[in-house]
Design a protein around this ligand. Structure first.
Ligand code: NDP
Length: 477
């Protein structure tokens, strides 16, 4: 009997996705470039379900029913192209290649066109949830041709996480849409993590709490509005004792954050689209600043500033930080969703943003209670410009904002860096201003570059001859 689907690339993600499929009864053919990994896989997991281990790509392709459905789960970048090039000559018209790795969405568009020229169908699907998600139920963001999706829909929706009986998997849009949405998901993850790190920093240095004490606070927070996988694991990471020192493990982890690039892609895309995406972008910059360890070491004894600690009542401060975290998180999601909306319009993807919130409720790293509210917001207002404008979020942020402002003030006075908290608040204050200070920017641009400006009291564009006779001239409609 032929296999329903194939998986090539048996590192953690591919192996676990294949196991997830087979455990649910789908016959799966497995393959890996280095044959010994396939052999090992079959030895370790071969009896978990209906697997066929293939040593060569030809054997792999021959083991599959047609049209073939091949999940490629190899290292993102050139390896994906290499695998497509090796597979293409072995496949028949209509076969489907599914890239389930973290590919950059323009690459997915390019590969879709490349495969189409060879009469092959290509799908780029975002998979979130790490190793455990891949095995037990990830959040899946499939993009590409709808007819191709319908061929794998049953398998993908079955292996995905389920929340209230709804699979965390739905067709996202054409071409690179799935990988795009996965990219923004990862960007939001960066913002969420940065906000948590800032809360931890304030609780440590302003409130004077220890890691296990802060872990308990996150555990409490995890039963309220902030309920989320990231809060849950923050509690666990902070509670962990180090075997070597006997103190909290987190206290001896080096403070330099690494990144694989999806946050940077999200920020760069926001710059290209012209969407204000301050939370995610600050989160990327915060990681890059953290990596300047040697410079920070020198600066720490050279650059003056206050030493944080004490002041406010500790319980009030903890509650203020909780509220600031919530409000900033709302802003980060509002920005990420506004970005997806702008991209959808530009690319013609017709993204259903409520569905994106729905499929992120389970399986993925940013899964959170809060996403139910986002889903509801888009169900009621599909063309929403900004999540902050639905009554639920408008009120939530209004209620939190006194605390939010106190936290930003306290952190600033005490010298604790809070790029994500403070930029989110500035975004909020900028967004709610009917008239901001860009009038002056336009005046300056007109002065030095004759770039022109519009007036609030007349149509058309104008230029003032600032340095000549000072007269204003009309320059266009
Ligand atoms: P890796 O990204 O570490 O990739 C290793 C796999 O790629 C191995 O099977 C390797 O084969 C194969 N490979 C590398 N180069 C080639 C090539 N030129 N030709 C053929 N095969 C090649 O594996 P992961 O499982 O960590 O991730 C897979 C994908 O999933 C990546 O895109 C990753 O970004 C994404 N992802 C990962 C998550 C995670 O938590 N790790 C979460 C979500 C997505 P060989 O054994 O022969 O070297």
């Amino acid at each position: 009997e032929k296999s329903r689907i194939g998986v090539t690339g048996l590192a953690v993600m591919g192996a676990n996705l294949a196991r997830n499929m087979a455990r649910r009864g789908f016959p799966v053919a497995v393959h890996n470039r280095t044959t010994s990994k396939t052999t090992e896989f079959m030895k370790d997991f071969g009896d978990e379900g209906p697997f066929t281990g293939a040593e060569t790509l030809q054997e792999f392709v021959d083991a599959l029913e047609t049209p073939r459905k091949i999940v490629v789960m190899v290292k993102a970048g050139k390896p994906v192209d290499a695998v497509i090039d090796e597979l293409a000559p072995l496949l028949d018209a209509g076969d489907i290649i599914i890239d389930a790795g973290n590919s950059h969405f323009p690459d997915t568009d390019r590969r879709t066109a490349y495969c189409a020229e060879r009469n092959l169908r290509f799908m780029g699907i975002g998979v979130s949830g790490g190793e455990e998600g891949a095995l037990l139920g990830p959040s899946i963001m499939p993009g590409g041709d709808v007819a191709a999706y319908s061929e794998v829909e049953e398998i993908l929706t079955t292996i995905a996480a389920q929340v209230d009986g709804t699979p965390c998997c739905t067709h996202v849009g054409a071409g690179g849409a799935g990988h795009y949405v996965k990219m923004v998901h990862n960007g939001i993850e960066y913002a969420d993590i940065q906000l948590i790190a800032e809360a931890y920093d304030l609780l440590t240095h302003v409130a004077g709490l220890s890691a296990p004490e802060i872990g308990k606070i996150f555990e409490e927070w995890n039963s309220g509005d902030l309920e989320s996988f990231l809060c849950e694991i923050t509690a666990k990471v902070l509670a962990k004792t180090d075997d070597t020192t006997g103190g909290p493990l987190v206290d001896v982890i080096a403070d330099q954050a690494e990144q694989k690039g999806t946050g940077r892609w999200t920020a760069m895309n926001a710059l290209e689209l012209g969407v204000p995406l301050t939370g995610i972008t600050e989160a990327v910059f915060a990681r890059t600043l953290s990596s300047l360890a040697d410079e920070r070491q020198k600066a720490s004894t050279t650059l003056g500033g206050p030493t944080p600690g004490g002041g406010e009542n500790r319980d009030d401060l903890v509650e203020d930080i909780r509220q600031a975290l919530y409000a900033s998180k709302v802003v980060a999601y509002a920005q990420g969703f506004a970005q997806m909306r702008a991209a959808s319009i530009e690319q013609g993807w017709d993204l259903d943003l409520g569905s994106m919130a729905t499929i992120w409720r389970g399986g993925c790293i940013i899964r959170a209670q809060f996403l139910n509210r986002i889903r509801d917001a888009y169900a009621e207002h599909p063309d929403l410009d900004n999540l902050l404008m639905v009554p639920y979020f408008t009120e939530a942020v209004a209620n939190a904002q006194d605390s939010w402002r106190r936290v930003v003030t306290t952190a600033t006075e005490q010298g604790v860096a809070i790029p994500a908290f403070s930029s989110s608040l500035s975004y909020y204050d900028g967004y709610r201003r009917e008239r901001g200070p860009a009038n002056l920017i336009q005046g300056l641009r007109d002065f030095f570059g004759a770039h022109g400006y519009r007036r609030t009291d007349a149509d058309g564009s104008f230029h003032t001859r600032w340095a000549q006779d000072g007269a204003e001239v009309r320059t266009g409609d």
